[in-house]
Design a protein. Structure first.
Length: 548
C-alpha cells in the first residue's frame, strides 16, 4: 500500500466526519459541536493541502502551516470535549501547548532537523489526545460510545507519540497513516454515539425532573387530548388535594363536569365548545368528594398539530378559595362601611321626628276620648319602637362608633349574659352548655360583646326549631383567645354563606338582615376574626381575639 492511498483514505474519512458533525450542529446548535466541526475542517485542510508537502519536506512555509493546523485541530477537539463534559481545560496543558508551538515553529525557522521541531509537537498532540480520552472516560455517560471514544483517543495519542520512530520505516508508513485514519474514524463515530447517549440521558433526566415538579406541585397540571381517543392524557396527583378524587377517577370532560358547581357548568361547557379562553383565566367552583365546594382558577393553552388542527389542551388549575374568601371579606367590609355611613348620617335626623311622634301618640292615647283606639295606639307605638330598634342596629354598623374598651374577662361577660340566653333557649326546648376554659383578660367593650353573643346565640336557637344543643365555649390557643358558638341545626346554605354579613340579607320573615353584619363589625372593631364552619351536622362560629 502506498502513502498516497493511505492519505486519500484518511482524507475521505475526514470529509465524512465534517459532514456528520456539520449536520449535528445545524440540528442542535451546540457550541461544542461547532468546535468539533472546525476541528475536522482543519484536519481535512491539513490532509488535502499540506500532508504531501510535509512528507516530502519541500516547503518551510507548508511545514509551519501543517504544524499550526495540527495544534489547532487537537486543541479544538479537546476544547469541545471539555465543554461537552461540563469541565474546564487544564491550564498546564495550555502552557505546554504554548511551549510546544514556540519550539516547533522556532525550530522550523532556524532550519533545525525534524526531530528537533517535530518532537515537541508530536509529544504535545499525543498527550492532548490521551488527556481527551480520559475526559471522555469520566464524562458520566455509560455505553458503547464512551468506551469506544475514550479507547480510540488514548490509542490515537499513543500512535501519535510513536510517529517519529515509525515514520522513517517506509513499509510501515502507509499502514501507520491507515491506522491513524481508522482511529480518527473511531473517535468521530464514538463522539457521535456519546452525543446521542448524552442527549438521551439528558432528556430522561429532564423528563424525570419535570415529572418531579408536576407531581409535587400544589397546582393541578393536566393535558387533554382532542384527537384520536379523546381524554385526559395526564393529570398531576395534586388533583386529589383539590377535589378528593384520584387522577384515574377523572378520565373525560364528562367526569369533570359532574363535580363542577351547577351554576358554573354552563360557562365551562361554553369554553369547551368554542375552545376559547386559551390565554386567560376562568374561575369556577368544584364539589369535593366530601361534598364541600372550593373555588378553582384555570389557565389553559391550546396546541395544534402540523396540519393546523387542535390537538391538545394543556392547563393549570389552582385552588383560589382563600383568595375568593378574602375578596368576599373585603367586599363585605365595604358594604358595612356604606351601611355605617348611612347610619351615622341619617340616624339622628330620623330619630328626632320619631321621638316627637311617639310623644304625641302617648299623650293622645292617654286621653279619654281616644280610649276606644287604645289597641291602635299600642300598635303604632310598637312599630315606632321597632323602627327605633332598626336605627339602633344601624348605628352598631357605624365605623366611627365610640366604644368603651377596657380590660375585661370574656368568661365573666358570657356568664353575666347566660341567664338571658337560657331563657330564650328554654322556650325553644334547647339545652345550653357552657364550656369555659381559663383565658386571659382582653380589651373588650362589654355591651358590644354582649350584643355579638346575643346575635350569634339567637341565630343558633332559630336554626334548631326542633330543639338541640347550643354550646358556648372559650379556649386559648397560641396567641389567640377563641369564643365558639355551636349549634346542631341543618347548616347554612352555600348561597347564604357566600354573602353572609351583607346588610339586609336574611332568611327570616321578620328579620332586618343586620344581625351578622353587626357581628362582623363588632369583631372588626375588636381586631378579631370571625370564622364559620357549617355542614349538615350544624354550624360552628368562632371569634378569634388576639391576646394583648
Amino acid at each position: 500500500m502506498s502513502i498516497e492511498t493511505a492519505v486519500t483514505t484518511n482524507m475521505i474519512a475526514t470529509f465524512l466526519m465534517v459532514f456528520a458533525y456539520a449536520y449535528l450542529y445545524l440540528q442542535y446548535r451546540h457550541k461544542y459541536l461547532a468546535k468539533w466541526v472546525l476541528a475536522w475542517v482543519l484536519h481535512a485542510i491539513r490532509i488535502f493541502f499540506l500532508e504531501r508537502p510535509f512528507i516530502a519536506q519541500s516547503s518551510e512555509y507548508a511545514t509551519i502551516l501543517y504544524l499550526g493546523f495540527s495544534f489547532a485541530y487537537s486543541l479544538l477537539l479537546v476544547e469541545g470535549a471539555v465543554e461537552f463534559a461540563g469541565k474546564r481545560i487544564s491550564k498546564l496543558l495550555l502552557m505546554a501547548g504554548v511551549v510546544a508551538v514556540f519550539f516547533s515553529i522556532g525550530g522550523v525557522l532556524i532550519g533545525a532537523n525534524f526531530h528537533f521541531y517535530g518532537l515537541p509537537a508530536v509529544i504535545f498532540i499525543g498527550i492532548t489526545y490521551i488527556y481527551t480520552g480520559f475526559i471522555f472516560r469520566d464524562i458520566g455517560v455509560r455505553g458503547l460510545g464512551n468506551s469506544l471514544t475514550a479507547g480510540a483517543f488514548i490509542l490515537l495519542g499513543i500512535h501519535t507519540l510513536d510517529m517519529p520512530f515509525l515514520l522513517p520505516i517506509k513499509w510501515f508508513a502507509p499502514w501507520g497513516y491507515l491506522m491513524d485514519a481508522l482511529l480518527r474514524c473511531l473517535v468521530a463515530f464514538g463522539i457521535i454515539f456519546i452525543y446521542f447517549e448524552k442527549v438521551r440521558n439528558d432528556l430522561a433526566n429532564q423528563e424525570k425532573y419535570y415529572r418531579l415538579l408536576t407531581e409535587n406541585a400544589t397546582d393541578v397540571i393536566y393535558r387533554y387530548r382532542l384527537t384520536g381517543a379523546m381524554g385526559f392524557e395526564y393529570i398531576s396527583p395534586a388533583v386529589k388535594m383539590l377535589t378528593g378524587y384520584e387522577a384515574g377517577d377523572l378520565k373525560s370532560i364528562r367526569d369533570v363536569l359532574r363535580i363542577i358547581h351547577p351554576e358554573d357548568r354552563r360557562k365551562i361547557k361554553g369554553i369547551i365548545r368554542t375552545l376559547s379562553n386559551n390565554d386567560g383565566f376562568v374561575s369556577f367552583r368544584l364539589r369535593q368528594k366530601t361534598g364541600d365546594f372550593v373555588w378553582a382558577e384555570q389557565k389553559s393553552s391550546l396546541f395544534f398539530d402540523p396540519e393546523g388542527r387542535p390537538s391538545t389542551v394543556d392547563g393549570i388549575v389552582r385552588d383560589v378559595t382563600k383568595r375568593v374568601l378574602l375578596e368576599q371579606d373585603v367586599a363585605r367590609l365595604d358594604r358595612l362601611n356604606i351601611a355605617g355611613q348611612m347610619a351615622a348620617n341619617l340616624a339622628h335626623e330620623v330619630r328626632n321626628p320619631l321621638t316627637t311622634v311617639r310623644g304625641y301618640l302617648q299623650l293622645m292615647g292617654s286621653r279619654q276620648e281616644f280610649h276606644h283606639f287604645k289597641d291602635q295606639f299600642f300598635m303604632l307605638l310598637g312599630e315606632l319602637d321597632r323602627t327605633n330598634g332598626i336605627i339602633t342596629e344601624y348605628l352598631s354598623l357605624s365605623k366611627d362608633k365610640l366604644v368603651d374598651i377596657r380590660r375585661r374577662s370574656l368568661n365573666d361577660i358570657i356568664q353575666a349574659l347566660y341567664p338571658l340566653i337560657q331563657t330564650d333557649a328554654v322556650v325553644s326546648k334547647i339545652e345550653v352548655r357552657l364550656s369555659l376554659a381559663k383565658t386571659p383578660e382582653l380589651y373588650l367593650d362589654d355591651k358590644e360583646i354582649k350584643q355579638l353573643l346575643l346575635n350569634l346565640t339567637r341565630n343558633a336557637i332559630e336554626a334548631m326549631p326542633d330543639g338541640g344543643l347550643l354550646e358556648i365555649a372559650t379556649s386559648s390557643a397560641g396567641g389567640e383567645v377563641i369564643l365558639t358558638v355551636s349549634d346542631q341545626g341543618s347548616g347554612i346554605p352555600q348561597v347564604i354563606l357566600q354573602n353572609l354579613g351583607k346588610p339586609f340579607l336574611t332568611t327570616k320573615g321578620g328579620g332586618t338582615g343586620l344581625g351578622m353584619a353587626i357581628c362582623y363589625r363588632i369583631a372588626g372593631r375588636h381586631n378579631a376574626k370571625l370564622d364559620i364552619e357549617t355542614g349538615q351536622a350544624g354550624t360552628t362560629i368562632s371569634i378569634r381575639f388576639r391576646k394583648q
